[in-house]
Unconditional design. Structure first.
Length: 554
């Protein structure tokens, strides 16, 4: 497909255009549509419009423009062109003439106009269908000796025995339109080269959003609601505040919003506000001028706000910022300007700000540890992501997807019946949410050394892994017993050694009730911790609620 497409309504226009493009070696395609098949505007969509610029004139130009985002340049009809057509019908002796064409081709149109002994009736058309109907009506009325108009009107006139004069565009108008098209194509190429260079730099710096809404797993009503709301937010350009516990995927949502917005080809820069000191955070985000402080780079440094211009900046853990920093952030949110450290000049920036927190910012506002004005600027659009414990139907889906991907990554082959093998995971609260679940699946794949994995295997792996990941490999050598074997083991049970993270030993009895074994194990551990439940939970990465449930298993 050529860069420029000419949709020509009549042969002479095509001939003049070919002469121009051949003499100047212009890459342009010319097509002549069948006007009889253009009885309505929808049929114009069938014309190939993949070019960078489209040239046409009259009604076709208007219809094409309304059905494509490609720039459409209209070849003009000048007053001299109209006078030429009038002169032609005058020389033939016709007195009553209708001029039928698209409204924007007419200048100072009146219902009727008398020029000498000739009467002209101006008929303006707004659509293809109207052009067909009004042309036929004018021809069949018998009022007019001749019709002046575009290709369609004159074609209908001649089909019905009425003299028709085509309202043509002169060569100068055609050349001017082609030159304008060439300018647009040149601009597009230059812009495309800015974009390629910019995207290369963005990619090299890692300022890209890798994830989209398709990467967010789950079928629960809660996650579907969050996704649908986030998609609506993507169409807007307002600041977004994302609430969610640790590991729920707040940045995943932020990247997805960016990738479905008008800024998707621009930078996406993520900043963890909780990981940087106040001074470092300020210098990273705002940048600094030469010699702004001891140790500053000689040439100064661009800040991430400036680097994210035209794109999106994601400020994670926004609740961890100081009141002093928030005051400086307010100018960015309110004025969309920044001032570098050590600088005097305000610089305009065009960015979208998405923030995330696992804390209730409104409560922090009430306590005075977060600025109210900043809060209301950040929370133009609010998105809440439900924790995994509130959307348990998603656990099986997420676990199976992670399991498949990790097997591929580690080049392992393991067979399983269906996602129901992961049902033991539904009994856990997953305080670390999706991130904790992903970590568990990673360990499951690493330690799995059997060709077929079952629900019983996952249940035992999960319970043992809560105690000691270092010794979890032993379950691969422990063949999970059948019911008969379980009964024999119960009758001839011997103590099972479990090594704690302190490298001390505790002993529990083997039982066919694994939950009972687990409960006994935690009771032994609690004795070792001298009743310090908080320390036990911290060391083993579980919540107080989970510990209470394990200790009170019946």
């Amino acid at each position: 497909m050529s860069s420029i497409l000419l949709i020509s309504p009549y042969a002479k226009l095509s001939k003049i255009s070919k002469k121009i493009i051949e003499s100047e070696n212009i890459d342009m395609e010319i097509i002549e549509p069948d006007l009889w098949n253009l009885k309505n505007e929808s049929s114009i969509k069938k014309i190939n419009k993949d070019a960078k610029v489209i040239l046409s004139r009259g009604m076709i130009a208007r219809v094409v423009r309304s059905n494509t985002s490609v720039p459409v340049i209209e070849i003009s009809v000048t007053s001299f062109d109209i006078l030429d057509a009038i002169s032609t019908v005058s020389n033939k002796g016709y007195k009553n003439i209708a001029i039928i064409t698209v409204s924007n081709m007419l200048f100072n149109p009146e219902y009727e106009k008398l020029i000498g002994d000739m009467t002209f009736h101006f008929i303006a058309c707004e659509s293809l269908e109207e052009s067909f109907s009004l042309s036929r009506k004018a021809v069949k009325s018998g009022k007019y000796d001749a019709i002046i108009g575009d290709a369609l009107a004159t074609m209908i006139a001649e089909e019905n025995g009425v003299y028709g004069v085509l309202l043509e565009s002169n060569e100068r108008s055609i050349k001017f339109a082609i030159d304008e098209a060439l300018k647009i194509v040149k601009h597009f190429k230059k812009e495309q080269e800015i974009q390629i260079k910019s995207r290369r730099k963005i990619s090299e710096m890692g300022w890209i959003a890798k994830y989209s809404f398709n990467d967010i797993l789950g079928e629960s009503d809660e996650i579907k609601y969050s996704i649908n709301l986030a998609k609506k937010f993507a169409k807007s350009d307002g600041n977004v505040l994302i609430y969610g516990e640790t590991g729920t995927g707040k940045e995943l949502f932020a990247q997805s919003i960016h990738n479905q917005s008008n800024r998707l080809n621009e930078p996406f820069i993520s900043v963890n506000c909780g990981a940087l000191s106040e001074n470092l955070l300020e210098s990273e985000l705002f940048g600094y001028e030469t010699g702004a402080f001891t140790g500053a780079v000689n040439k100064g440094k661009k800040g991430l706000f400036e680097c994210a211009n035209k794109g999106t900046i994601f400020l994670d853990e926004i609740s961890e910022t100081s009141l002093n920093f928030q005051a400086k952030l307010l100018r960015v949110l309110q004025e969309r300007t920044i001032r570098k450290i050590g600088g005097q000049r305000l610089e305009d920036i065009d960015i979208r700000v998405i923030c995330a927190t696992n804390k209730n910012l409104l409560e922090l506002v009430k306590k005075g540890s977060f600025r109210e004005d900043v809060f209301y600027r950040l929370s133009q659009l609010e998105l809440q992501i439900a924790p995994l414990c509130e959307r348990k139907r998603d656990i099986l889906i997420i676990a199976e997807r992670f399991f498949k991907k990790e097997l591929e990554r580690q080049n392992k082959i393991v067979h399983w019946e269906n996602s129901n093998i992961f049902e033991p995971l539904l009994e856990y609260e997953w305080p670390g949410n999706v991130r904790e679940l992903r970590n568990f699946i990673l360990k499951l794949v690493i330690f799995c050394e059997i060709p077929n994995i079952t629900q019983e295997y996952i249940k035992n792996f999960f319970n043992i892994s809560l105690v000691n990941y270092k010794k979890v490999k032993q379950i691969n050598n422990f063949s999970f017993p059948s019911n008969d074997e379980k009964n024999r083991n119960a009758e001839n049970s011997e103590p099972l050694k479990v090594v704690s993270r302190t490298d001390k030993e505790i002993r529990i009895d083997i039982s066919k009730d694994f939950g009972l074994m687990e409960s006994e194990m935690f009771k032994q551990l609690l004795k070792y911790y001298q009743g310090n439940k908080e320390k036990l939970c911290k060391d083993y990465g579980i919540s107080r609620t989970t510990l209470w449930r394990k200790l009170n298993y019946k």
